[in-house]
Design a protein around this ligand. Structure first.
Ligand code: IPM
Ligand code: MG
Length: 387
């Protein structure tokens, strides 16, 4: 076989819990896509999270952050391990993920929420409300309460006291808000900025900056929403939203809430992006929004579709392969339409006729098969068919 025209350098982080399982399925889908579309993938695997604490005594090593920084993109499973959940634990796997986000300057986290038509009835939210949902949460990822200092417990004469700090610089707010406007411009031209400006000073600066940036985007409809009321509207009228931009913790909370619209947390991908460009696109880290789910790890029952859809986002944003990204997305839809369901999706609908209950790896294989059968180039490459 001739060597591919371009080879992308990827760091893969399987992580903890179900991470390695969903990554294994996602990697096979990416390999199949590479074969069909004629590009190469050069993988470097690194340990991050609980597995790295076990192996090296730290959640992530400096040299592994350097490897990530030198790659075109990072393909990430999940981290988190209940063995480290003691509030007194000095090292926690989650710190490693936060460090990766910060050190790699991945300030914007994109979490698209779409509903596969065939799963619309699986959502706990009524089908008529979810069927037209197509929203994109843009979560600020390297500021706010996650990183503010001080963040500590103190003992005072009156008992224990605790502080977390919500800090944002003007620059940090402006760049993510600008990205929100840009993304809205490529979609339905509506931006919802979420804050708590009736209480928080940080939100008042956030709102002021959003209004300032708006001057450059006269074509975009802007609305400000308070986070509490917005949380309610996300389930009562979710189809009204297009792009939603918000600070780190609000984004963490609202994106899990929004995931119920899609029928399962196992369906939602994400991209974490920064400012650095490679020769192919924006450098980024791609991960399913779900966590490491230790309770179901090692059983081949986790839904790999969020990871597979994250691979599609990686092709689109970091690798300059939008056609390949769309092919994966179509293959996922075709696989669901053909009745394949991991247990989380079966639980949502019950075992109705025509459903094929499958495990993690079989779901990945079904997507690969759909990819090969729906892509004309796929048939050509795999079977030498002339078209
Ligand atoms: C997420 C997760 C993380 C976060 C955890 C694992 C630190 O919940 O990506 O949404 O809070 O950002
Ligand atoms: Mg979260």
């Amino acid at each position: 076989m001739s060597s591919p025209a371009v080879t992308y350098r990827l760091v893969v982080v399987p992580g903890d819990g179900i991470g390695p399982e969903v990554i294994s399925a996602g990697r096979r889908v990416l390999e199949a896509t590479a074969q069909i579309f004629g590009f190469g993938l050069d993988w470097t695997e690194v340990l991050v999270g609980g597995v790295a604490i076990d192996a090296y005594g730290t959640g992530v090593r400096d040299e592994d952050i350097d490897k990530c920084a030198a790659a075109d993109a990072v393909f990430f499973g999940a981290i988190g391990d209940p063995r480290f959940s003691d509030p007194k634990a000095k090292v926690r796997p989650e710190q490693a993920l936060l460090r990766l986000r910060k050190d790699l300057c991945l300030y914007a986290n994109l979490r698209p929420v779409t509903v596969q038509p065939i799963l619309a009835a699986s959502s706990p939210v009524r089908e008529s409300l979810v069927k037209d949902v197509d929203l994109l949460i843009v979560r600020e990822l390297t500021g706010g309460l996650y990183f503010g200092k001080p963040s500590e417990q103190r003992v005072t004469p009156n008992g224990r006291e605790v502080v977390d700090t919500l800090t944002y610089t003007e620059h940090e707010i402006r760049r993510v808000v600008k990205l929100g406007f840009e993304l809205a411009r490529g979609r339905r031209k509506k931006l919802t900025s979420v804050d708590k400006a009736n209480v928080l000073e940080s939100s008042r600066l956030w709102r002021t900056i959003v209004d300032e940036v708006k001057a450059d985007y006269p074509d975009i409809e802007l609305e400000h929403r308070l986070v509490d009321a917005c949380a309610m509207s996300l389930v009562t009228r979710p189809a009204q939203f297009d792009v939603m931009v918000m600070e780190n913790l609000f984004g963490d909370i609202l994106s899990d809430e929004a995931s119920v619209l899609a029928g399962s947390l196992g369906m939602l991908p994400s991209a974490s992006l920064g400012e650095r460009r490679t020769e192919h696109g924006l450098f980024g880290l791609y991960e399913p929004i779900h966590g490491s789910a230790p309770d179901i790890a090692g059983q081949d029952i986790a839904n790999p579709l969020a990871t597979i859809l994250s691979a599609a986002m990686m092709l689109r944003w970091s690798l300059g392969q939008p056609t390949a990204a769309e092919a994966i997305e179509r293959a996922v839809t075709a696989t669901l339409d053909a009745g394949y369901r991991t247990p989380d999706l079966v639980a949502a609908t019950g075992e109705v006729a025509g459903i094929k209950k499958v495990g993690t790896q079989a779901m990945g294989d079904a997507v690969v098969a759909a990819l090969r059968s729906t892509e004309p180039q796929g048939l050509g490459a795999a079977e030498g068919v002339m078209r």
